[in-house]
Every structure is written in C-alpha cells, then in structure tokens.
Design a protein around this ligand. Structure first.
Ligand SMILES: [Fe+2]
Length: 196
C-alpha cells in the first residue's frame, strides 16, 4: 500500500520535473531542486474532502493534472486559510499540494513546488508573502491584480511572477484555474497573508 502511494507520488514528481524542464520561465526562475528526498508519511485524517472532490471532477487534459486527479485521495492536501478568512464556498473549491518544499510531500530546502486548484468565479483577495513566486497556468484562466498595475488575464501555458511581498489578488475565470507554482527565497517557508 505504502509502495503504491510512493510510486504515485514519484510519478507526479516526474511529470512536474518534465513540465519544469519544458517551461523556460520556470527553469529560469529556479533550477530543479537537487536535494529532494522522499518523506513517506501518512495522509492526514483531516483532508478537505469537498475540495478534493472538486479537483477530481475538474475537466482537464494536462498530464500533471490527470496524475494528480488519479491519485488525489493519496496526496497531502492543504489550505492556507480557514473558513473564517475566506468563507465556506471558497474553501470548498480551493486546495493545493506542496509537492516539494520544507513541509512538502517530498522535502526540499532549495525551492517549493505547489499544484493548486481554485474553482470557477472565486476571488482570492489581495495577499502577499515573503517568497518570490511564479505561477504556470496548467488549465483554465485567472486575472491577476496588483496594487499599481492594470488587471491582466492569464491562460493555459502562460506564467506570472511576483517578487517578495508583492501584493496580488486573483479572479478565477469561468473554467476554474489549476497551476504549478514555485516559491523561492530564504523566507519561502512563511505562509501567505491576506491584506484585508
Ligand atoms: Fe502568491
């Protein structure tokens, strides 16, 4: 059972590594971590089941998303917020895995890699974090808003970068949004903070 789970995690990691190497914006942002170690661990009992089911039901063709959907019940899902912060509807249609990173399914202290999902029409209010960040749109679309720039729409295959503590908000398009995102920087283990 554990072996099958580890194989699923390694399969997802391998596809992510391929996406990274085939996407110059990602490989320029940060090299693929060389310190990745497998950290076999139990999936926590408290997992966001409604959000996981939404991920499984999401219509997508990208191989990285398909791999995540196929093994969704065996992954470690996280949410950076509580119901009180963003509301039940947001929490039911939002979640991510930390594929690698200081607290990831695989441990790395060089870089963090996330695969995240947000449902159609959600608004993720202005927030910031210490880490520098890059998003790759795997599926769907998102409009990013910054503090001093016009909103910009991003579609499948496009990338968006944020510097450390750069405020940003997200309006999710009508087909939802799934991303492969990287964080780097010495304070990358710090969580995001809402600015409202
Ligand atoms: Fe961010």
């Amino acid at each position: 059972m554990l072996k099958a789970k580890n194989q699923a995690w390694e399969h997802i990691l391998e596809i992510a590594r391929r996406v990274h190497s085939e996407t110059p914006a990602l490989s320029t942002f940060a090299p693929w971590p060389t310190d990745i170690t497998i950290a076999p661990q139990a999936v926590p009992q408290e997992q966001p089941e409604t959000a996981i089911n939404a991920v499984k039901a999401y219509g997508a063709s990208h191989p990285l998303i398909k791999a995540v959907q196929d093994h969704a019940d065996d992954l470690v899902w996280k949410q950076s917020y509580r119901d009180d912060d963003l509301g039940r509807d947001f929490m039911d249609h939002y979640g991510y895995i930390e594929l690698f990173g200081p607290d990831g399914m695989f441990i790395s202290h060089q870089c963090r890699g996330f695969i995240g999902y947000w449902g159609a029409g959600l608004i993720y209010p202005m927030h910031q974090h210490a880490a520098e960040e890059i998003y790759l749109v795997l599926e769907g679309s998102v409009t990013f808003e910054g503090q001093d720039q016009a909103p910009m729409l991003y579609r499948k295959g496009q990338t968006r970068r944020h510097s450390a503590y750069e405020p940003h908000a997200m309006r999710i398009g009508e087909k939802g949004f799934m991303t492969f995102a990287l964080w780097r920087g010495k304070d990358m283990a710090q969580p995001p903070r809402l600015m409202v």
